[in-house]
Ligand binder design. Sequence first.
Ligand SMILES: Cc1ncc(COP(=O)(O)O)c(C=O)c1O
Length: 377
Amino acid sequence: MVADRVRQVEISGIRRMFEAAPPNAINLGLGEPDFEPPKAVIDALCDAVRHGKNHYGPSAGLPALREKLAERYRERDAETSRENVIVTGSGSEGLMAVALTMYDPGDEVLVPNPGFVLYPPHAKLAGATPVPYDLIEATGYQPDFEQLERLVTPKTRVIVVNSPSNPTGGVFPRKTVDRIISFADEHDLTIVSDEVYEEMVYEGRFQSFWGRTDRAIIVNSFSKTLAMTGWRIGFLLAPRPLAVEINKLHYHMMACPSTPGQVAVLAGLEDGGAATRAMVAEFRARRQLISAGLAKIPGVTVVKPAGAFYTFPHLDWPGTAQEIAGTLLQRGLISTPGDAFGTLGAQHLRLSFAASRANLRKGLEILRSVGQELGVA
Ligand SMILES: Cc1ncc(COP(=O)(O)O)c(C=O)c1O
């Protein structure tokens, strides 16, 4: 018999959909770039493996990589040092290490609805209770601060935020960031800010929580920015005393992150972000293509995503999001039903536009014809 905590969590809805897909289906369901890592990164990995970089390293990561990352964040907070930085085995591992470090049984954790699938189960696995807060479609998926005031209790320890957001593509402007910080100050909360899509912003400017408050833990990843989701390298930043505690958990979860992977990432940071910017320029064009295509399909409304590489259309069609996604799947389009991300996703699909323009066009065509069959005028 397995532990209670395991019985409380399920396999993610996203993975289930992917596993049920017919061959040759158009995949707009999974959250990863359809690019390969930059050549310099691949070469550096091969070189590292061939030249003996195959051993354990420090659990918080290679000093050179920690230093490089600290340097980048010193633009946000001049006091940032490598002691604030922990290299993780992905954003997912970073989020779990943070959850296990921060949440006690009985604590409450404010999580976005709709929001990324890992936040509620991580809270539960740590014995805490996830408390969803709404992101409002009509405001471009900003939080409702009056609701947040109603949801917060003496047991609330953390608010998890994610801008740019998976699944909505919403981005917090400066004023939302400032209000979240005031809210956290008022209620003595830690802010866990998942910033893995920070480099993918199409409207406005990305606003980090780092450097604006000493209450924030930042979770980040190279999965998306260097198109290396399969390599499993991420990082986090935390105020120094907290970083020491998180590193303990991180050590117990994975001893240390991949040594050759870190050497490769370090090489990837040498180009000053040029490879990521080229990829994001292509995502920008695809975002335009998919937003314009969706707007022409009857019964579909969509807030144009300001960041990340997802669009989260609202479907005024017969059936639940699960049923609609099931029909689309049979017709060869993999999407993710919006309710995988919380109750407010019930009438939505998440479509990734990290797919070729040809596949986006085919996906739109399948959506249009299924809508027609369902009799949506
Ligand atoms: C919002 C968000 N956070 C974290 C992650 C985790 O990414 P990884 O574990 O690949 O670093 C993802 C991946 O989809 C994500 O969308």
